[in-house]
Write a protein of this length. Structure first.
Length: 418
């Protein structure tokens, strides 16, 4: 059977993934709290085990994509993700949810990187940018449709959008098995496994040496780990806070399912209308201005999360949540850009970015459950407020950088260890 045009297959894959992901993610926290009855610690462990699964299996499944087939890896990934979500929706038990999300993370690693590499192979690396931009536009439209569909299904039963989302994930895998071409793939040598493991080990050793030579990196790694811990706790507990600690208004008799759909839609619209244009403008400002903006955003983020955690009024909590989402979407790419521009040596830059990513992951595994345990012991409000102060180390870094004109001298002169 003749395969379809790669660009159209890509659009179909991204639209299907966005639709399925929206069906699963929008009301999943509500399902966890209302149907499964999960505690704060259990809510955080859902994300912890998913992230741990992604970290553990990212390398082995990446080797499958490079050595055997990127098409096959992508298809297998969608099928596993779909089956995992069907399992989660049909088994309303805490252990099943945690296990299912870990399996979803395992399936995701088959698609992570493989689908992008497949697209570059099929249409050429120089032609991917407009395709990415177009697929992002399609994805945003599909997400809005997905939110409406999620609310409609959630009004019937909270497990239903998760199961339907899983079916859509699996259906995308089946469609890809029929339509997805693979004409540009060139197999990597089988010995890549050993070399990839050596690269990981070398990165760790080089990073440790670099930290000893550049003590400021300890602060940067602490910031990354603290951010990971905060984000893991906040992402898993925010919706539970709205459900358990904040009185949802009976405005026009709207169900809490509808309210969560409206909040998700508002977050997406604000990201499109505010965060994305602001990020494009910030790309053109100088290093000192970026540092000041990062400092301000971090302070705003701490304040908005504390306000959200303490809010008893629904509207105040929603405003604080939306402000947190906007500040976060602005701060994340700016921090990466600032870190990149602060490091002159390209070899040092690659190592710092790698170990920073690893520190973020470690923070999610360790700090996230700690915040969940605080939620179990002291309540979700306390967990959110205490979690907000995990963001304070960044204030020290940006304040120091402002005194040096927006750059960090230790990073600027850092050299890769021999």
């Amino acid at each position: 059977m003749r395969k379809a045009d790669p660009t159209r297959v890509w659009y179909l894959m991204q639209a299907g993934s966005a639709f399925a992901g929206t069906l699963v993610w929008v009301l999943a926290p509500v399902y966890f709290v209302k149907t499964v009855g999960m505690s704060p610690l259990q809510l955080v462990l859902v994300g912890t085990f998913m992230e741990l699964s992604v970290f553990v299996f990212e390398l082995p499944t990446g080797i499958v994509a490079d050595v055997y087939s990127r098409r096959l890896s992508t298809i297998v990934g969608f099928m596993i993700m779909g089956l995992a979500m069907v399992f989660v929706g049909l088994m309303a038990e805490a252990w099943a949810v945690i296990l299912g999300w870990a399996i979803w993370g395992f399936g995701y690693t088959f698609t992570s990187g493989a689908e992008d590499a497949w697209l570059a192979d099929e249409i050429g690396i120089d032609n991917v940018r407009p395709v990415y931009l177009r697929s992002a536009q399609i994805g945003r439209a599909v997400v809005l449709i997905g939110i409406a569909a999620t609310v409609a299904l959630g009004l019937v039963a909270l497990w239903l959008p998760i199961v339907v989302g899983g079916i859509v994930f699996a259906a995308v895998g089946v469609v890809l098995a029929v339509l997805m071409p693979e004409a540009g793939f060139k197999r990597a040598p089988r010995g890549r496994t050993e070399s990839a493991l050596r690269v990981m080990a070398r990165t760790g050793v080089t990073g440790a040496r670099l930290v000893r030579r550049t003590p400021l990196l300890l602060l940067i790694l602490a910031i990354a780990a603290s951010w990971g811990a905060w984000s893991e706790g906040y992402d898993r507990l925010a919706q539970a806070h709205l459900l358990k600690d904040v009185d949802l208004p009976a405005f026009f008799g709207l169900s809490f399912v509808v309210w969560f759909g409206l909040i998700s839609a508002a977050s997406l619209i604000l990201a499109i209308c505010v965060a994305q244009p602001a990020n494009r403008r910030l790309e053109r400002v100088g290093q000192l201005a970026v540092t000041w903006i990062l400092l301000a955003l971090d302070v705003v983020l701490i304040g908005s999360v504390v306000l959200f955690g303490l809010a008893g009024l629904f509207w105040l909590a929603v405003v604080a949540m939306l402000l947190t989402n906007i500040a976060r979407s602005l701060a994340m790419p700016l921090f990466t850009s600032w870190l990149n521009q602060s490091i002159v040596n390209s070899n040092v830059r690659a190592t710092v970015m790698s170990i920073t990513s690893q520190a973020d992951a470690v923070g999610q595994w360790t700090g996230g459950p700690a915040i969940g345990a605080i939620g179990n012991a002291l309540g979700i409000r306390a967990a959110l407020v205490i979690g907000a102060f995990f963001l304070t180390p960044a204030v020290a870094l940006y304040t120091r950088a402002v005194r040096h004109g927006g750059r960090e001298p230790e990073l600027a002169v850092a050299e890769a260890p021999a």
